[in-house]
Write a protein that binds this ligand. Structure first.
Ligand code: CP
Ligand code: NVA
Length: 310
């Protein structure tokens, strides 16, 4: 951290940043993405190291953080539970003290959110949430940027969430609260968002619906996620039955705005939470959404390590 910079920040939940910080970040993403597309070298993180700790599987998160850090001139250390002491019960506080003396930034994908909070509380360097059971803020950052890039401001718009009240849904709700849009949520009974956990300041940003069709009516963006998130595999058979009617299909998309977008954080299961003709159809922006993980996380790492540029 440069002398004179404000206090170190972590990015563990969407609500860790204010609306005004997101406005700054989205502007930086635009610049950083444009430079990348123009093959312009931009290496503000030379000699900086990112440690990535994965206790769950990943494709997009790993590739986007690793490629992003190298593109910005830095380097990466990749750890998993299987090849480090993480899987052998070293206290997380000790791991945080040690790792954060050796690197400049840490990204963690793990199970309980409490674990990343304990790591952050003992870390000398910023910690980024690469997904916990409760939140996935880097993904929502990419989803929001994708919406803004294609349709402009998301303030005042309606986002329909169809499916599990999971880490993605929780994070969408925090985003709706902070950025001023409405989240329509339809989940099967027993899989609702835990409002106490998410902690919104404006309850009007959430509208719940029994019917997933009703949730999609008038939406500017329809989005969903797997029926069974990582860590919940033992519930797979029960969930398959409970979620059978929560499949985003063309009928749901027709109830949304004519120019509504479809997003999915991926990996997707065609024929379960989304019909193939929706995810592979003209309203789907899932490949831009996945690519934007790279660009938003580069802006995020720059912000956490260097503060505001210019
Ligand atoms: N969307 C997402 O986080 O993908 P991975 O699990 O592949 O990282
Ligand atoms: N909700 C999913 C997201 C995967 C990127 C999970 O936690 O497995």
């Amino acid at each position: 951290m440069k002398p004179g910079m404000s206090l170190m920040k972590h990015y563990l939940q969407f609500k860790d940043f204010r609306a005004e910080e997101y406005a700054y970040l989205f502007e930086r993403v635009r610049t950083i993405k444009q430079r990348f597309k123009n093959y312009e070298r931009y290496q503000p993180l030379v000699d900086r190291t990112l440690a990535m700790i994965f206790e769950k599987a990943s494709t997009r998160t790993r590739v986007s953080f690793e490629a992003g850090m190298y593109q910005m001139g830095g380097s990466v250390v990749h750890l998993t539970s299987g090849d480090s002491q993480f899987g052998r019960d070293e206290p997380i506080e000790d791991a945080a003290r040690v790792i954060s003396r050796m690197v400049d930034l840490v990204m963690i994908r793990t199970y309980e959110h409490a674990k990343i909070e304990r790591f952050a509380a003992h870390s000398r360097v910023p910690v980024i949430n690469g997904l916990t059971n409760e939140y996935h803020p880097c993904q929502i950052l990419a989803d929001l940027y994708t919406y803004i890039e294609q349709r402009g401001s998301i303030a005042g718009k309606v986002v329909a969430w169809v499916g599990d009240g999971n880490n993605m849904a929780n994070t969408w709700l925090q985003a709706a609260d902070i950025l001023g849009f409405t989240l329509h949520v339809s989940t099967p009974g027993g899989y609702e968002i835990n409002m106490d956990l998410v902690g919104v300041s404006n309850p009007a940003c959430l509208k719940t619906f029994k019917s997933p069709f009703a949730a999609c009516e008038g939406a500017h963006l329809v989005t969903t996620d797997v029926w069974t998130s990582m860590g919940f595999e033992a519930e797979n058979a029960v969930r398959k039955k409970a979620f059978a009617d929560w499949c985003v299909d063309t009928q749901m998309m027709q109830l949304a705005q004519d120019d509504a977008l479809f997003m999915h954080c991926l990996p997707a299961h065609r024929g379960e939470e989304v019909a193939a003709d929706v995810i592979d159809g003209p309203q789907s922006v899932v490949w831009d959404e996945a690519e934007n993980r790279l660009h938003v996380q580069k802006a995020l790492m720059e912000y956490l390590l260097l503060g505001r540029i210019g």
